[in-house]
Design a binder for this molecule. Structure first.
Ligand SMILES: [Zn+2]
Length: 412
């Protein structure tokens, strides 16, 4: 902190005070408002706060928050303080706040919104950038994610001091990372293919087989990986296999963990050191948390977009454990619920399904079309009352998740 220019010191002080006031006023953790005000005072605040630190950036459509948490846990093995935006505030103000709150941390692991990666990469001169996946978010159209991939590609091409850790199984990611001077390829898998049928390089149809994917027209091919996720184990670059045995459930989290291991490897933290730390992560910002409510075990899962719903279905307990689905359409969720039609709900047949949220009727119409029987519920409490003892899984989109989290937290 002492080595910061005066204006930046002033900006963090004012920003910190604003954040504290916001916290006292009960408006969240206050980090974003502090960052916003800090950036007004010193527009280069993020760059100034990043000077001299080893920075890791994590981006992609799904898994950013969890992967950021896992990387932070793994790098704990180095015994140094790590600055991180653990609450998912992933635009410039949130990142400046995260660095401002940990002025002496020599390392930082930061989740970055997809659209901000080029700016943040330029400002922080990150050592490592992890690219997870790219698919339509609820508000995006396919053309927009292609534009995001193109901007990443341009920014990474000139990042000569940066190591990119990228998922080779996602063709858009492979293309975006392909121009970077230093890439570590990770075979982390891809369940959602709907946004990558076409070759990012020439637009032709991609062919998928047991070896991955390739383009028959221009020859663009899946780069060979040095880290490979296979079921529940990972093979490291030396060819050694390690059992993951994570506490976090599901295939998507195993993919996040393999990326975290590859990033940790770039800092000299091997899988033997990193894995015990990854296994200790049991929930991330309320996700996967199990809460007891009137004798029922309620578990919360977040799904913000079509690919996210597919991954959440993977994590559900076996039938007959009931599931509650909750959908809102506020600003952060996207106002338009037409994305519900991109999700295949038929996997839910054969288990009790309850539906709630402000847009429960949109979801009801969608489930009817997929011939999935369901019942409407007023809210999460009503749903809990309707299931007999035992367990209830909850899948909710962004603001619906936050509402349920608050309501369960209050009387858990
Ligand atoms: Zn092609």
């Amino acid at each position: 902190m002492g080595k910061l220019p005066l204006r930046a010191r002033l900006a963090t002080t004012i920003g910190g005070a604003a954040g504290k006031m916001s916290r006292l006023a009960g408006r969240g953790d206050g980090s974003v408002i502090g960052g916003v005000i800090g950036l007004r005072v010193e527009p280069d605040l993020l760059a100034l706060l990043a000077v001299g630190r080893r920075v890791v950036l994590v981006t992609g459509t799904n898994g950013k928050t969890t992967t950021t948490r896992l990387i932070t846990a793994a790098l704990g093995a180095l015994g140094q303080q790590v600055a991180t935006n653990a609450f998912g505030a992933n635009m410039e103000a949130g990142l400046a706040a995260a660095l401002g709150q940990a002025p002496d941390a020599p390392m930082a692991v930061l989740e970055v919104d997809e659209k901000y990666l080029p700016t943040v990469l330029g400002a922080t001169r990150a050592r490592v950038v992890a690219l997870l996946n790219l698919s339509r978010d609820q508000m995006d159209r396919a053309a927009e994610i292609w534009l995001v991939a193109r901007r990443w590609r341009e920014a990474l091409a000139s990042a000569t001091d940066c190591r990119v850790v990228a998922n080779t199984d996602d063709p858009l990611i492979a293309w975006a990372a392909g121009a970077a001077p230093h890439v570590t390829w990770v075979a982390a898998g891809q369940r959602w293919h709907e946004d990558s049928w076409c070759c990012p390089q020439c637009g032709s149809h991609l062919t998928r087989d047991e070896l991955g994917w390739h383009c028959g027209e221009c020859g663009f091919t899946r780069p060979p990986p040095s880290w490979v996720l296979d079921g529940s184990s990972v093979t490291d670059p030396t060819g050694r296999a390690h059992d993951l045995s994570l506490s976090l459930p599901g295939r998507a989290n195993r993919a996040n963990a393999v990326v975290a291991l590859a990033v940790a490897g770039e800092f000299g933290v091997g899988p033997e050191q990193a894995l015990p730390r990854l296994r200790k992560v049991t929930s991330v910002a309320g996700r996967y948390t199990q809460v007891e409510r009137r004798g029922r075990q309620v578990r919360l899962l977040l799904a913000k977009n079509p690919a996210g719903w597919l991954e959440a279905f993977d994590v559900l307990d076996d039938p007959p454990v009931p599931v509650l689905l909750s959908v809102n359409a506020r600003e952060p969720d996207g106002r338009d619920t037409s994305w519900l039609w991109d999700v295949d709900y038929r996997v839910l047949r054969g288990r009790p399904v309850l539906v709630t949220g402000e847009r429960r009727l949109d979801l009801a119409v969608r489930l009817e079309a997929d011939r999935v029987p369901f019942k409407l519920a007023e809210d999460v409490d009503d749903a809990v009352n309707r299931v007999d003892g035992g367990r209830l899984d909850v899948i909710a989109n962004y603001t619906a998740f936050q509402q349920i989290r608050v309501s369960l937290g209050r009387a858990a």
